[in-house]
Ligand binder design. Structure first.
Ligand code: FE2
Length: 375
């Protein structure tokens, strides 16, 4: 297995080397307040800012960092802005899942050579801290993948940004380490097309395929393929709805986001008890599973390092596979529309995605869909 992974990595490095997720940029209605929310509720530090004060006239962007995870909240300065149009259409949502690359010009050339639609030809951005090369291609819906080459840059984020003093924070430490995976929802019948896109354009392999008979409840079903870079720096699961008795959570997303887009971002923690305890105290709200879940999980999960009392008290989910176990939890949606949410995941040997939890999770999500009148 190790040898296979090494070969996959070697092969991957040749065609399209990706160093990891550089950042995730949202387009939002009010970037200043979104930054405050991620700072106060999720424990991110505001580190950089760009806007009129840095001679960027049409937008304001706030950079948030925690561990290696980096989010950017961008808002428009006027109604003529494409950012404002994006927000009108989709609500607050992810515009750009960016990758750090050693060569953004090569990445663009390779990706477009493999059939990706180019959105931004490679450009050099420069200031007194050095230079960054950036290029972008189109992905699902209106989402972009930008390639960021920053080896020759020492500034706070990108040229055009200034460093920003952190918002004072007395809250408990959260301990998010990095972005583990980013999941997109695409339309019925489109999962394979997008899996092929990642294979062709980024040289990805398929890590797992969940069929609809594995991921279903009485009412709804979905199918999912996890595409990855072969080494684990970038994992991008793709969901599509499967026909069910009622409207699936993926259909609800597609309806309210007005098309495909990012559904959830999973953040890795090495101590999920501390992380979830802190997030709850900071006001983050999570999806609840019923107490009966824990009766079943005790038998299924076996011995783990954490106390089951803590797991149950914090409503954390647990799953085990041949490689080990994982602990995970999902937040409620973080904007008005039932679109984007977050996952916190703590891996103890398992490289999976919590298949054993999908059913309980679906039931929990459906209870919330029902409340919204969308089931
Ligand atoms: Fe996930």
């Amino acid at each position: 297995m190790a040898q296979q992974l090494d070969q996959a990595a070697g092969q991957h490095e040749d065609v399209m080397p990706l160093l990891g997720i550089d950042h995730v940029e949202y387009y939002v209605g009010n970037a200043r307040q979104a930054a405050h929310y991620y700072s106060k509720a999720f424990g991110f530090s505001v580190t950089a800012y760009s806007g009129p004060e840095t001679k960027v006239r049409d937008r304001a962007s706030w950079v948030l960092e925690q561990g290696e995870a980096r989010l950017v909240m961008t808002g428009a300065m006027g109604p003529e802005s494409p950012i404002a149009r994006h927000v009108l259409e989709h609500g607050d949502g992810v515009r750009d899942v960016t990758f750090r690359v050693p060569d953004a010009a090569h990445a663009f050339e390779y990706a477009t050579g493999q059939g990706a639609r180019g959105v931004l030809e490679p450009i050099i951005l420069e200031d007194e801290n050095g230079k960054v090369v950036r290029s972008s291609i189109a992905a699902y819906g209106e989402t972009l993948h930008s390639f960021i080459e920053r080896d020759n840059y020492s500034g706070p984020f990108l040229p055009g940004y200034r460093s920003e003093p952190a918002i004072p924070d007395e809250g408990p430490e959260v301990g998010i380490e990095l972005i583990d995976h980013i999941v997109c929802n695409v339309e019925l019948g489109k999962m394979n097309e997008w899996a092929q896109f990642y294979r062709r354009v980024l040289g990805f392999d398929q890590l797992v395929h969940f069929r609809d008979d594995q991921i279903s409840s009485e009412y709804t079903a979905l199918m999912s393929k996890v595409m990855w870079d072969g080494v684990g720096r970038v994992k991008l699961p793709i969901n599509e709805p499967a026909p069910g008795k009622k409207k699936s959570q993926i259909d609800e997303y597609l309806e309210f986001y007005r098309g495909p887009g990012v559904q959830h971002i999973a953040m890795l923690s090495k101590d999920i008890i501390k992380t979830v305890d802190s997030l709850r105290r900071r006001g983050v709200r999570f999806i609840r599973v019923p107490a009966t879940y824990y009766e079943a999980v005790r038998g299924r999960i076996g011995t783990i390092d954490q106390s089951m009392e803590d797991i149950e008290r914090l409503n954390i989910l647990a799953d085990r596979d041949e490689e080990g176990y994982l602990l995970q939890i999902f937040t409620k949606n973080v904007q008005d529309r039932p679109t984007v949410f977050y996952e916190i995941i703590d891996r103890h040997g398992s490289r999976g995605f919590g298949l054993g939890n999908f059913k309980e999770l679906f039931l929990a999500i459906e209870r919330e869909q029902e409340e919204r009148g969308n089931l």
